[in-house]
Design a protein around this ligand. Structure first.
Ligand code: FO1
Length: 319
């Protein structure tokens, strides 16, 4: 069994960019395990939908729709057009190719396969050498707390376009969940040599993963350096509601605010050059800091950042 060199925790589009960089940068991509957030998962139109697993899978499979940041490229929308004509629910868009994946995954889950096994088989069929695993095979649902009450995650994120004010989050089902088999296996024996918390939203993408009992301890007790990449650059998120959420939660919507959020779990923090002035304060939290370009526009940007993180982790191991 290849020693798992790198375990990467990821949510959707932001994290998946770095995951692709790691996948391309590593000597043997089979040594990469991507732990995908499943707190966004939900049942819709009778289908079990796993957005962050699919964003990571499509990204590593070279199939992702980079304009939308979710779903597949080369999509057609005949299903949605017909659903609309029939008066069906159309707030959540499912492309025709994407729909086949949701249907087949749902069928396999209903036949008794685990989400881990379905995810692994789909990755294989898309020619992906890295391992992609859900954070758990149990159902965990991120619930968004607002002044008007609780909301299901996709209602908040897609139907209401992240407009409601956020007062907190709950991860329903997390207490009864266990890490998925591939995650537990990755931390057995010598364990990984590098753990990366990818630049996803800390609250809705990374915290659900850390909320799975045992996950936080595995990272903390691992000999591997844990390195987080800030999803906030220059006071705002590259994409998505992270900055808005931090403001609404009364947190400092900055790279330093994210470093504080992960304090105690991480050894190193990567922040963008525009936030270089925050490096001293973040070092003051007891963290090692890498200041570099973290805005990944091209594939090369993704690979360069991944390589810098790998060498940063080698420096941390020597400290
Ligand atoms: N996000 C949207 O903003 N609008 C959509 O219609 C939409 C459809 C969709 C279908 C499949 C899928 O895997 C993801 C989809 N997403 C859509 C993105 C999804 O809500 C987010 O990727 C995550 O839940 C947050 O990362």
């Amino acid at each position: 069994m290849n020693r798992l060199r790198c375990v990467a925790l990821s949510g959707g589009v932001g994290g998946a960019k770095l995951v692709l960089g790691l996948y391309k940068a590593m000597a043997d991509p089979a040594e990469l395990l991507v732990v995908a957030n499943t707190g966004d998962d939900f049942d819709h139109l009778g289908l079990h939908i796993c957005p962050d697993i699919d964003t990571v899978t499509y990204t590593l499979g070279g199939l992702s729709n980079t304009e939308l940041g979710w779903g597949r490229q080369d999509e057609s929308w005949a299903f949605m057009d017909t659903l609309d004509a029939l008066g069906g629910e159309t707030w959540f868009n499912l492309g025709d190719r994407d729909l086949a994946l949701h249907l087949e995954r749902t069928r396999r889950l209903q036949s008794g396969m685990t989400l881990s096994d379905v995810t692994a088989d789909i990755a294989l069929r898309f020619g992906i050498d890295a391992a992609i695993a859900p954070m758990t095979d149990h159902q965990v649902h991120t619930v968004v707390e607002t002044p008007e009450g609780s909301m299901a995650f996709q209602h908040y994120f897609v139907r209401d376009r992240c407009e409601p004010k956020v007062t907190g989050f709950r991860f329903e089902g997390a207490a009864d969940a266990v890490p998925s088999p591939a995650v537990t296996k990755a931390f057995c024996g010598n364990g990984p040599e590098l753990i990366v918390i990818c630049p996803s939203n800390p609250f809705i993408s990374i915290d659900p993963i850390l909320a799975v009992p045992g996950m936080h301890d595995m990272l903390e007790q691992s000999a591997a350096p844990v390195i987080a990449v800030s999803p906030i650059v220059g006071g705002k998120a590259i994409k998505g509601p992270t900055g808005k959420m931090m403001d609404e939660l009364g947190m400092d919507a900055s790279a330093e605010g994210v470093a504080r959020h992960y304090k105690g779990l991480i050894d190193g923090f990567v922040l963008d050059s525009v936030d270089a002035n925050a490096a001293a304060a973040i070092k003051g939290l007891g963290l090692d800091v890498l200041v570099t370009n973290t805005v990944m526009k091209s594939l090369d940007d993704r690979v360069v950042l991944a390589r810098e993180i790998i060498s940063f982790s080698n420096q941390l191991k020597q400290n």
